[in-house]
Design a protein around this ligand. Structure first.
Ligand code: SAM
Ligand code: GPP
Ligand code: MG
Length: 298
């Protein structure tokens, strides 16, 4: 039985696949293990603020009036809420580029993590949202949250490779990758989005990519790759792979200046993970960019 058959036969009411499909490659097995074992306070404590659990970064100005004085427990709590607000603002920004989504539409979240963006998409559009992740722990978590929110008939995560999904050709009105495209070959990824999207459908990604104007990936970019076991692509690769797969960019937005305040604030918190300097240095030296690309499936 293929991965697709395994997951496609899972009834909507059952959150965990009957049998977890084997990873397509040893690398995917590594990534599944990585996310199964992930429990960083910087993600769980931010998610606990309002029950939206994200594995992406934030954008927008820091509201210094919301932070209070530094140094005590109350201030730390405010700082965590502020970081979380910026991460949710990032997801809202992505969703605002999906176009005119109807209640009856289906969206695909490729690399859905713990499902924060899926919940937000359903709340915003009232539509169905299908998510895929390599991690059974993440899929269980996302489905558990959907159940707690009474959204289980509309929001569902599966353990599935985003390069080979069980979704029908042309079945999705829109699809996205929120900081999940650096784990896959972009030609394979965009071929699958292009297949699943209806003609006229919208694809959106928010991603970190290395800047061809810098020359090659900087040492900071290499450090980020090693930290997350990912493989950051260049901006040029994104545009080339989209062009090769009938995805025509409508908006390319450089979010680098908008994400720096998030990193500067995060670097002052007790929840630092050690990767903050690499992000700030690479954004500042121009070797790395935080981009949104919205493209139409033609
Ligand atoms: C950094 S997290 C982003 C999670 C989510 N998009 C968010 O914004 O919170 C990366 C996600 O990509 C998923 N991923 C990586 N490679 C994948 C693949 N080949 N198929 C499905 N999911 C994959 C991981 O399992 C993880 O959930
Ligand atoms: C922009 C780039 C290059 C992203 C790489 C993918 C990634 C690991 C995103 C954040 O996940 P997370 O929220 O689990 O990370 P952290 O624990 O650092 O908050
Ligand atoms: Mg995080």
């Amino acid at each position: 039985m293929t991965n697709a058959e395994l997951t496609a036969t899972t009834p909507a009411s059952i959150s965990t696949p009957l049998r977890i499909p084997s990873p397509a490659t040893p690398y995917q097995g590594d990534i599944a293990r990585y996310w199964d074992g992930e429990a960083r306070p910087v993600n769980l404590r931010l998610g606990d603020v309002d029950g939206l659990y994200h594995h992406h970064y934030g954008i927008g100005e820091v509201d210094s009036s919301a932070l209070g004085d530094t140094g005590d427990g109350a201030s730390e709590k405010k700082l965590i809420s502020e970081l979380h607000r910026l991460e949710s603002a990032q997801a809202e920004f992505l969703l605002s580029h999906l176009g005119d989504i109807k209640r009856e539409d289906t969206l695909l979240d490729a690399g859905c993590g713990r499902g924060g963006s899926m919940v937000m998409a359903h709340q915003r559009f009232g539509c169905n949202v299908e998510g895929v992740t390599l991690s059974a722990k993440q899929a269980d978590f996302a489905n558990g949250r959907a159940r707690e929110l009474g959204m289980q008939d509309h929001v569902r995560a599966r353990v599935c490779n985003m390069l080979s999904t069980p979704f029908e050709t042309g079945s999705a009105a829109a699809s996205w990758n929120n900081e999940s495209s650096m784990y896959v070959d972009l030609h394979d990824l965009f071929a699958e989005h292009s297949r699943v999207l209806e003609v006229g459908g919208r694809y959106v990604t928010i991603t970190g990519c290395w800047n061809p104007r810098y020359g090659q990936p900087s040492k900071w970019v290499s450090q980020i790759n090693a930290h997350f076991e990912c493989n950051i692509h260049s901006r040029r690769e994104y545009l080339r792979a989209m062009a090769d797969n009938r995805l025509v960019p409508q908006a390319i937005i450089d979010l680098t200046p908008d994400t720096l305040p998030y990193w500067e604030l995060r670097a002052t918190s007790s929840l630092v993970t050690g990767i903050e300097e690499a992000f700030m240095n690479s954004y500042r030296d121009g070797s790395f960019q935080y981009l949104l690309i919205a493209a139409d499936r033609v």
